[in-house]
Design a protein around this ligand. Sequence first.
Ligand code: FES
Ligand code: FE2
Length: 399
Amino acid sequence: MLTRENNELLTRTGPDTRMGGLLRLYWLPALLVEELPEPDCPPVRVSLLSERLVAFRNSEGRIGLIDEACPHRGASLVYGRSENSGIRCIYHGWKMDIGGNVVEMPCERGDPASMERIKVQSYPVREAGGIVWAYLGPKDKMPPFPAFEWMNLPATHVHVQKILIECNYLQSIEGGIDSAHISFLHSTEINYGHIATATKDTAPEFEVQEMPYGFRYAALRNRDAENRYVRITPFIMPFYTIVPFAENQPQAQHAWVPADDHHNWAYTFTFKRGEPLTRDEWTHAADLTDGYRKFRNVGNQHLQDRAAMKSGKSFSGIPEILDQDAAVQESMGFIVDRTKEHLRKTDAAIVHLRRLYLKKLEGAQQSDEGINQEAFACQDTIRCRIAVVPSASDWRSLE
Ligand code: FES
Ligand SMILES: [Fe+2]
């Protein structure tokens, strides 16, 4: 369990919060490149770390990420017009550029000095791997740009999906480092090859290894046999995991990015190293509606099919894996009360994650260094693992 204070500390990520300060020391996935397909296309609302922003692609094809509220009297620039290298508010016609400068005030004649004094908050962005990345932190602490393996693969080898999950980001991350649940929640869908072993041994042992990028943990099954079945999941600061799949299978990295304290953006980066992905190989996708929202949500109890549960067709009554994960995370409420939980041995990675965050928060407060630069050096070499190893050996020797 967590104290009420620490639960608050870890789950609040707005501009004046400590966790928000830590997350602002990283480049963050802000939206998909496909949301801004061409110069002067419609602007897009971006909710990120409880900030309300608007993204637009100007006439030169460059992307701006600035405050959603017009600096005049606060009308939303999501309604604005992308035109002539800027975004124009439809209320009184003020126009801003990607740097957050007010470049036109057509309803105010002869007042250029006041135009120069007004500045809209704008953030640096970069496009890579189908993602528009943004940095919301202090300029002097900008970290190296992410260098994950999939970001350098051809577009045909990668599929990126974004879904709005209607709960705090920490609930979703804790689902991502919780290998025990696959034996239950996903038992009907993940039941082939090595993974069948995982679903049969429902009480894995968990061991954690510190890494420069965060940590990795092993779920060890079949403890009494000669060989053990090991699934190794890396957790990469500040919110990434790589799901353990065999090397010849499509790989899947996840990110859970806080939109606000009650919502997060779940990104899934599915990729194959040597060849293009086929449609069937995309990570089991949730059905989406406008704004990357799921059709299945708490309001309709994720359309849980009780008949399928009774007949044995489905353990959870929810067909897709991503919907199953979202259902249990959202079922806890927007921010789960962690003072009431009872953690056990299979929650070891979750305990480790919270300690790591608390340690990083302490470090961020004490030093001006920002984050551990070393963590970025090896980013493209981080791998998940599934292996069958002799019981006497140590899984930590696996790369
Ligand atoms: S509110 Fe935007 S120009 Fe007046
Ligand atoms: Fe899951």
